[in-house]
Ligand binder design. Structure first.
Ligand code: HEM
Length: 520
């Protein structure tokens, strides 16, 4: 997009242009406000509801809005109006049912247009590049492919984690993050470092930091036209930063992708079955002579961008889910005992759990569903954006609105759940089960998370293997209160369980000798 911008824009013209756009934005905000938009806090002149936007604790603020304004809350932010949905019905109808209108993402001009993260699947607008990525994801993260290509890797990584718990249980939270990060990286690239020994987990974490910097909120996100001003002007440091960060992250991504291609070209047999390797092989095999070089390059880029989304989308979310699982096990010992009793009954002590056991352990399945609800990965919801004007329940929703479904609010709504802050897997096993969190925890419609099957496989094997190997008990030295949701979770856009201490007491005689995850 930036290539369409004249590079020699004069300062006066640029300032005039930006001024005109600001006036147009204000006029549009005023025009929208005159229509019958949903209720919300009273907007101030010019800045609208900017001061009502939370800086943190998004999900909790959305929930308060719900209590005050009902199922829909309108926030008139100049240039980017927001609609917060506090009703599952509205979320399903708008974000799922009206997918042809609400499948876009809002603009994050700094991160996407200026820093190049537009190619990241979750940030991508609903264009043909995003559709190609979704097509690839549908196949690459299907149950069939996960079982065929990634189950050996998942078993090995779970085994490493269990072994780590035996030798250094005190670092269980740090090791958990590292294990999940390595699993996602190896699944993506088939290796963990390049020929110069650069660690792909660290490189991906560094790119994630760069993206975080780009998402911190800049004037250009409110007034995108500011991006056309020359970067040497005072106040334009963000544009110079964006260029520097873009180069850095592009180079790192290209280095990792290039390293996979090099391994392939050299016939390196140490590189494992992985998303990038398997899809590159398929691309080269299917490439007929009639296909243009351009198509092949585009195919390669789709693989690179799609694979790169795995780390950013998958690592914190799965790690938080597993932290929540461990926290629930120490806070609710009767649930832990019941899950272990099921494992003992179905699997016994002679062999480790495998992914093939999943269907035979309904209680453990319910425990994992409850993890998804009790500590929802995406508590504050991921915004969709509308591409044309719409009307819902008599309210006007203009084109370009960022629409957020408040996941946290759904998980704590007594309309859906009895005693919502309690961890109670039985709620899904009753004759009249309560709402299945898969209906909302992974989002809606065409944007719904493509990683939920992978999440379940990793979480299931990890949870069953931990319970098979250990009894978990909160360490006596950890005396901080963990009684309420506010004690237990940091609730922002994500929901991350707080740090806590846990004793892992081996529950199998001769555990060391029994741990052979290579056979899975
Ligand atoms: C507990 C684990 C996870 C949770 C709770 C979760 C949740 C979500 C949610 C709520 C969305 C937004 C959906 C929407 O806009 O309606 C999303 C998108 C996405 N997730 Fe996940 N996710 C998880 C794990 C993963 C994993 C393991 C991967 C891949 C390795 C992944 C890849 C993605 C991608 C690529 C998108 C963007 C989809 C798009 O914009 O088209 N997620 N996820």
């Amino acid at each position: 997009m930036s290539s369409l911008v004249p590079t020699q824009l004069s300062t006066t013209n640029a300032a005039l242009g930006a001024g005109t756009i600001v006036v147009l934005l204000l006029l549009r905000t005023y025009w929208i406000a005159r229509n019958h938009v949903p209720p919300g806090p009273r907007p101030l002149p010019i800045i609208g509801n900017v001061l009502d936007m939370p800086q943190s604790q998004f999900a909790l603020t959305w929930t308060k809005f719900g209590e005050q304004y009902g199922p829909m809350t309108w926030l008139a932010i100049p240039g980017q109006p927001f609609l917060i949905l506090n009703s599952l019905e509205a979320a399903k109808e708008l974000l799922g049912g009206r997918g042809s209108i609400y499948t876009d993402r809002p603009r994050f001009t700094m991160a996407t247009d200026l820093m190049g993260f537009e190619s990241l699947t979750p940030l991508s607008r609903s264009n043909s590049a995003w559709r190609s990525q979704r097509t690839l994801l549908k196949h690459a993260l299907s149950v069939e492919v996960i079982k065929r290509d990634y189950s050996a890797l998942i078993s090995r990584k779970v085994g490493e984690y269990i072994n780590g718990l035996l030798s250094r249980p005190e670092t269980f939270l740090g090791d958990l993050h590292r294990t999940i990060a390595e699993t996602v990286v190896e699944l993506t690239y088939g290796k963990r470092e390049d020929s110069a020994g650069r660690d792909f987990v660290q490189l991906n974490a560094h790119i994630t930091d760069i993206l975080d910097r780009g998402m911190q909120g800049y004037v250009v996100d409110l007034v995108p036209a500011v991006k056309y001003l020359p970067s040497w002007l005072p106040g334009m440091k963000f544009k110079r930063d964006a260029a520097k960060w873009k180069k850095e992250s592009d180079d790192l991504r290209e280095r990792m992708f290039g390293s996979v291609k090099d391994s392939m070209a050299r016939g390196d047999t140490s590189i494992e079955s992985s998303f990038m390797l398997n899809n590159l092989k398929a691309l080269y095999q299917n490439q007929s002579s009639s296909e243009s070089v351009q198509q092949a390059v585009e195919g390669g880029q789709t693989i690179n961008h799609t694979g790169f989304s795995f780390y950013i989308s998958g690592v914190e979310t799965i790690t938080n889910a597993m932290r929540a699982f461990l926290l629930a096990m120490v806070l609710f010992p009767s649930v832990q005992e019941k899950a272990r009793a099921e494992i003992d009954r179905v699997i016994g002590s002679e062999r480790l759990p495998t992914l093939d056991d999943e269907q035979n352990l309904p209680y453990l399945q319910a425990v994992l569903l409850e993890v998804l609800r009790w500590s929802p990965g995406s508590a504050g919801g991921v915004p969709h954006a509308s591409i044309k004007d719409d009307v819902y329940n008599g309210y006007f929703i203009p084109r370009g609105t960022a629409v957020i479904a408040n996941t946290w609010g759904i998980t704590r709504n007594p309309k859906h759940y009895t005693n919502p802050s309690a961890f109670d897997p039985e709620r899904y096993l009753k004759p009249d089960p309560e709402l299945d969190p898969r209906e909302y925890a992974f989002g809606y419609g065409r944007r719904a998370c493509p990683g939920f099957e992978l999440t379940f496989r990793i979480a299931w094997l990890m949870a069953s293997s931990i319970l098979w190997s250990f009894r978990l008990r909160r360490s006596a030295s950890d005396t901080r209160p963990l009684d309420t949701d506010a004690d237990r979770f940091n609730i922002t856009v994500l929901c991350s369980p707080v740090d806590f201490k846990c004793d892992f007491i081996p529950s199998q005689v001769g555990l060391n000798e029994k741990l052979d995850f290579s056979v899975h």
